[in-house]
Structures are given as structure tokens and as C-alpha cells.
Design a protein around this ligand. Structure first.
Ligand SMILES: Nc1ncnc2c1ncn2[C@@H]1O[C@H](COP(=O)(O)OP(=O)(O)O)[C@@H](O)[C@H]1O
Ligand SMILES: [Mg+2]
Length: 252
């Protein structure tokens, strides 16, 4: 009897601690990752990484090529599965979701921007931005309205019907950013978003990220090799050999 009641008390304590952590993490942080690790064969690419990102914070991740930055971002966004660790996004334990629910959660709550825009060439700018809304099940009219609004936010109202091949590199990346933002995601994850742009266009995109945080309170995690961009973010994490080895707050 005694053992049973001790067991129950321990279980209640354990559940209370977990719920408490969840409430604290949900309140303070948009994203909270604990002990993420990933190995390919015997090579540890991401090694016990934990990080918290506050709501509306812009965090940059820098480090040499091969440090594990992209792999970390894929783990944070549920594009790849870690060998160990957890990822809480806006209070949801991403890795505990069954595959279908996780895919839906990704579409609705995480916006991705990559170095290469990955726009669908046969679709117009507005249709490309509609894509995550169509997946979400929105009607054509409502999706188009939201897509047009978001394209206006990124300064592309005059390019709605153009196909990607008719747009400049900077404009293509703006469409990709609008597509990442149109669902009102909890967090936008960007992997070298200006790595393929000339410095003038890169600067315009950097300003755009800051404006989006100002206007929408958007939370960002972005990998970059661009020092100017890293310095514009709130905090920079430096990664090396699969670990975060340094952290810097950027006084802006
Ligand atoms: N699918 C994979 N299979 C095997 N090795 C991989 C895989 N993905 C990444 N790696 C290796 O992990 C290391 C880190 O890769 P990555 O996360 O892309 O680094 P970074 O983005 O910092 O350049 C690299 O050495 C890379 O070759
Ligand atoms: Mg990379």
C-alpha cells in the first residue's frame, strides 16, 4: 500500500514538473530545444544542443561549413529526426506528434526560407504564396487575398502575376519569404537566406526581416555567413563541430 502511494505521489510530482516546464517554456519561449543530437554512421553532426528562442526574437546561427548548422535547423523544424532530444514550438512537442499531424503542424506553424527559393516555376508569385494556404484547406479566394496582402508586405504588389523566371533573385527570395510568412507561423527558419544574393539585395532582405519582426512580431532563426546580417539580429549563436560554442548578444 505504502509503495503504491509513493509511486502515485512520484508520478503526480513528475507530471506536475512536466506540465510546469511546458507552461514556463510556452510562456517565455516560442521555441525550446533540449539535448538535440544527430549522428550519421559514427559521425556526430549535432551534439547535445539546447537552445531557447523568445517570442519575437531574431536569432542567428553562424559557424564554419560542416559545423552542423543546416542539420540543426532541420531538427528544429522537424525536417529531420534527432537521435535524442526534444523540440517544443509554441507549446507543442514537435517530435511527439504522429507523422501526419507533424506535417500539418509544420505547414501551419513553421515557415522555411532556403538559400535557393524553391518556388514552383509554373506558378505565379501569388499562386506560390497561396500554396501553404491551399494545403491548409483555405478556399481559393481567401488564400489569394491573404497571399496578395503578404506580397504587399514584402513590397511585391506589382509582381503578383509574374512567374519566378520573370522575377529578379531578390524578388524571388521575397516571394519565398512571403510564402514562409503567409500562414502566420510561430517561427520562421531560414538557411542562408541571402547566400545567393548580391550585397544590395541581401541588405534589402535583412531590412525586411527586421521590418517583419516590427510589424508582425515574427520570431526568426536564421543561419548566415553574412556578418552584417548576424549583427542585425538580437543574438548570434556560433556553432562548431556540432555544438554551440559561443553566444553573443548584439547591441543594436
Ligand atoms: N544525410 C547526411 N548523411 C551523412 N552526412 C551528412 C548528412 N547531412 C549532413 N551530413 C554531414 O554533416 C556535417 C554537417 O552538415 P551541415 O549540417 O550541412 O553543416 P553546415 O550547414 O554547418 O555546413 C557535414 O560534414 C555533412 O557532410
Ligand atoms: Mg548548411
Amino acid at each position: 500500500m505504502k509503495i503504491a502511494s509513493d509511486g502515485v505521489i512520484l508520478k503526480i510530482l513528475w507530471i506536475t514538473c512536466r506540465v510546469h516546464w511546458r507552461i514556463v517554456a510556452t510562456g517565455l519561449y516560442m521555441l525550446s530545444a533540449k539535448g538535440l543530437s544527430k549522428k550519421y554512421a559514427t559521425f556526430t553532426v549535432v551534439n547535445d544542443v539546447s537552445l531557447d528562442v523568445a517570442r519575437g526574437e531574431i536569432v542567428s546561427v553562424t559557424g564554419p561549413s560542416g559545423a552542423g548548422k543546416s542539420t540543426l535547423l532541420h531538427l528544429l523544424g522537424g525536417l529531420d529526426k534527432p537521435d535524442a532530444g526534444s523540440v517544443l514550438i509554441d507549446g507543442t512537442d514537435l517530435l511527439k506528434l504522429p507523422a501526419k499531424k507533424q506535417a500539418r503542424f509544420r505547414n501551419d506553424h513553421i515557415g522555411f526560407v532556403f538559400q535557393f527559393h524553391h518556388l514552383l516555376p509554373e506558378f505565379s508569385a501569388v499562386e506560390n504564396v497561396c500554396m501553404p494556404l491551399w494545403i491548409k484547406g483555405l478556399g481559393k479566394k481567401e488564400a489569394a487575398e491573404k497571399a496578395r496582402e503578404m506580397l504587399a508586405v514584402v513590397g511585391l504588389s506589382h509582381r503578383l502575376e509574374n512567374k519566378p523566371s520573370e522575377l529578379s533573385g531578390g524578388e524571388q527570395q521575397r516571394v519565398a519569404i512571403a510564402r514562409a510568412l503567409v500562414t502566420g507561423p510561430s517561427v520562421v527558419m531560414a538557411d542562408e537566406p541571402t547566400g545567393n544574393l548580391d550585397s544590395e539585395n541581401a541588405h534589402l532582405i535583412h531590412r525586411l526581416f527586421l521590418d517583419l519582426r516590427q510589424q508582425l512580431g515574427q520570431t526568426f532563426i536564421m543561419i548566415t555567413h553574412n556578418d552584417a546580417l548576424a549583427l542585425m539580429t538580437d543574438r548570434t549563436l556560433m556553432m562548431q563541430d556540432g555544438r554551440i560554442v559561443n553566444e553573443r548578444r548584439n547591441g543594436r
